[in-house]
Design a protein. Structure first.
Length: 390
């Protein structure tokens, strides 16, 4: 006959489930932060900039670049001045420059020398760059807002007819002078002609983006402006191409990995806070090393009062304890005023208020010697017994 199978004893009631070590949570948080940082870094490298032709996000312009290519326009994307120099730009071509924050005086001159008579469209150039083009030009921010389209209100723009079209963006840049899509502060689109050729200043980069190109007539404006010629060179400047004497913006000097690194540090800091944060659990009880009886505490205090000779303090403690006890016996609030306790005690015993106050009132003179202090304690004890019996 085989022996019965052993049974497992149930876990003890006080047993607690073991938590994973703290380093496991920290490791998971750090790995997650690194993954997010790497993803953000990849995203920033692969899809950079506002109105970038390879950016599929709402701020990118990949949709416009693909539509132009589908319409038969030869779209060439270059991302450095050297790559632009290696590109054969025909006389009848359009060169559009986005991310103009990276375009400096030297790279603009280099661009214009290379493209010659081709039309150059600068998308929202900065005030410093506009001043390099013409010292009389100024830039002013405008916010038409959703649902407020701007009429073209201009004639043909060097063979590009924009009449009857409406532009709608959340924010734009206006220039002084005459041009197209004029607001109170000036036109959003205008041309500048000089000996080197023609420059078109477009102050509405959002009109080219995937998010806002379908508003109003933004798509038609972008196609007519950038698809007029058979060749379109889409130039995204590299701030590293600037000459040593050029003034560049602070943003162009920051490395591309800075933002992902900051996100990584932030997530790691949050993980550290969650790891080290003091959690409030159930109260734990500990046995006292020494148990002191109440009578011993009372006697010890009495000895200290006697040694110090502070009879006033001792008398005050005796009266306060008597009033608290009497308030409980007389069904009063234990925090009731001394006068209320004196009056209730006298009424309960049918005794004169003055005789009761002589025992319970702190304003009475303190005992002059130990005999008077002992007598006060005995009188207070007798008063409590009388109230308890009555």
């Amino acid at each position: 006959m085989s022996a019965p199978a052993p049974t497992l004893a149930p876990p003890a009631a006080g047993a607690r489930r073991r938590r994973p070590p703290a380093w496991v949570a920290v490791t998971v948080a750090v790995v997650l932060a690194l993954v997010v940082g790497a993803w953000l870094s990849r995203d920033s490298e692969e899809f950079p900039g506002l109105a970038d032709p390879r950016n599929p996000s709402p701020d990118g312009a990949q949709a416009l670049a693909k539509v132009l290519a589908d319409q038969g326009v030869e779209v060439t994307i270059v991302r450095s001045a050297d790559a632009l120099d290696d590109t054969d730009v025909r006389r009848r071509a359009t060169v559009v420059v986005t991310a103009t924050d990276g375009l400096t005086r030297s790279t603009l001159e280099r661009l214009r020398r290379h493209v010659g008579p081709a039309r150059v469209v600068l998308v929202e150039p900065s005030y410093a760059l506009v001043q390099e083009i013409d010292a009389d030009l100024t830039t002013l921010p405008v916010r038409p807002g959703t649902g407020h389209a701007i009429e073209a209100d201009c004639g043909p723009l060097t063979g590009i007819d924009l009449a009857g079209l409406r532009l709608e963006v959340d924010g734009a840049t206006a220039y002084n002078g005459t041009g197209c899509f004029t607001r109170e502060l000036g036109p959003v689109l205008r041309t500048v002609r000089d000996d080197d050729g023609e420059l078109v200043l477009l102050g509405a980069a959002q009109a080219l983006t995937n998010d806002q190109i379908t508003r109003a007539d933004n798509a038609a404006i972008a196609l007519r402006l950038l698809g007029h010629d058979q060749q379109l060179v889409w130039y995204v400047p590299d701030p590293a191409d600037a000459a040593p004497g050029d003034a560049v913006t602070l943003g162009s000097l920051l490395p591309d990995w800075l933002v992902p690194a900051l996100w990584t540090v932030l997530l790691a800091g949050i993980g550290l806070v969650l790891w080290r944060f003091r959690r409030l659990g159930p109260l734990s009880t500990e046995p006292l090393p020494v148990v002191v009886r109440a009578v011993e505490t009372t006697r010890s205090r009495g000895r200290m009062y006697r040694r110090s000779g502070d009879r006033a303090h001792a008398a005050h403690a005796l009266r306060r304890a008597a009033r608290t006890d009497l308030a409980g016996l007389l069904r009063l609030d234990r925090r009731a005023a001394p006068a209320a306790v004196v009056e209730a005690t006298a009424r309960h015993l049918g005794a004169p208020v003055e005789s009761v106050a002589a025992l319970l009132d702190d304003d009475r003179p303190p005992p002059a010697n130990d005999q008077e202090l002992v007598r006060l304690a005995q009188d207070l004890a007798r008063l409590r017994r009388e109230v308890r019996r009555a």
